[in-house]
Each structure stands twice: as structure tokens, then as C-alpha cells.
Ligand binder design. Structure first.
Ligand SMILES: [Zn+2]
Length: 170
């Protein structure tokens, strides 16, 4: 197991439309295990493969996020199959450290994909977990959470982020 380096939001890999995974092999399983470990260490609620530099359709999400028990699942080639309602809630991203914003998301979703054995899996989620799935799904399509905000709000957050990066480099 190993911790993976999380890219920051200026990295072009985060703007990539990630590619479907054709083979679930040992390499992918190891990658997923490392993504789980990286998410827990960060700590974060989820992590998409392009956040660690690989433009593939794969993410991990902690479906135990609203309980005390971590339960990280890996979803390969995820698709959101239903969305309902809307809800505004606070969101952050491991690629944009220390920046939070209110984002509007569907309040209930259904998602399907494949597990690491190649079996089809489906999850129904609401509230914060539905938000986490939508956030990770956006990553696979090259979208960052602040893209869902107006330009003015986004520019404020970007300035905040760039200032933070400068402080870290100093
Ligand atoms: Zn994110």
C-alpha cells in the first residue's frame, strides 16, 4: 500500500474527460487500494483517479461518511442513472485545499458501475453521500466543484486558492 500524490486544481489532468476502463487487472486493484488509503489519510470523502494523475473512469467514495464507520467503495466506469431534487450544501475538494463553497446538487441519485471483480454494482444515495458521488463523477468529466458556481464566486475562490499555494511555496 502506498499514499499517492494528490494533484492540485491547476494540473491539466483535472480538466480531462477520463477514459473508460477496459480491463480490471491486478494493477487496477492495487491502484484502487492505494486510492482508498490516500483518501483515508487525506482525509477526504472520495477521490477520483484523475486527482492522482490518471485520466481513467474510476473513483473511491466513503459510503460510510454519515456514520462513524469508514466504508470505502471503488466504482469503475460509474454512471449516474437517476437524479432527483436539489439541495445546496457545503463542499470542498482535495485538489483545492482549504477552499469551501456552497454548491447546488441533486438531493437523491442512483449510480451504477462495476466493482473490482467486474460485477455490476448500484448505489442509491441522498444528502451528503449523493453530493459526494456527484462531486467525484464531475471529476471524471473534467469538472471542478467551483465550475458550478457563478464567475464572481469562482474568481474569489480561485484567488483564495492561489494565495494559499503561494504561502505554501514561500
Ligand atoms: Zn474533488
Amino acid at each position: 500500500m502506498a499514499l499517492l500524490e494528490i494533484k492540485n486544481c491547476l494540473d491539466p489532468v483535472l480538466r480531462k474527460l477520463c477514459l473508460p476502463i477496459e480491463n480490471i487487472d491486478g494493477e487496477l486493484v492495487t491502484l484502487a487500494e492505494n486510492m482508498v488509503e490516500t483518501t483515508l489519510a487525506a482525509p477526504g470523502v472520495g477521490l477520483a483517479a484523475n486527482q492522482i494523475g490518471l485520466p481513467w473512469r474510476l473513483f473511491v467514495v466513503n459510503i460510510g461518511v454519515e456514520t462513524d464507520k469508514d466504508n470505502l467503495v471503488t466504482v469503475v466506469n460509474p454512471e449516474i442513472t437517476a437524479m432527483e431534487g436539489s439541495e445546496i450544501g457545503e463542499e470542498g475538494c482535495l485538489c483545492i485545499p482549504d477552499v469551501m463553497a456552497e454548491v447546488n446538487r441533486a438531493s437523491q441519485i442512483e449510480i451504477k458501475g462495476y466493482d473490482l471483480d467486474g460485477n455490476e454494482i448500484r448505489y442509491e444515495a441522498q444528502g451528503y453521500l449523493a453530493r459526494a458521488f456527484q462531486h467525484e463523477m464531475d471529476h471524471l468529466n473534467g469538472i471542478l466543484f467551483w465550475d458550478n458556481l457563478g464567475k464572481v464566486k469562482r474568481d474569489i475562490l480561485k484567488r483564495k486558492f492561489k494565495k494559499k499555494i503561494k504561502e505554501q511555496d514561500a
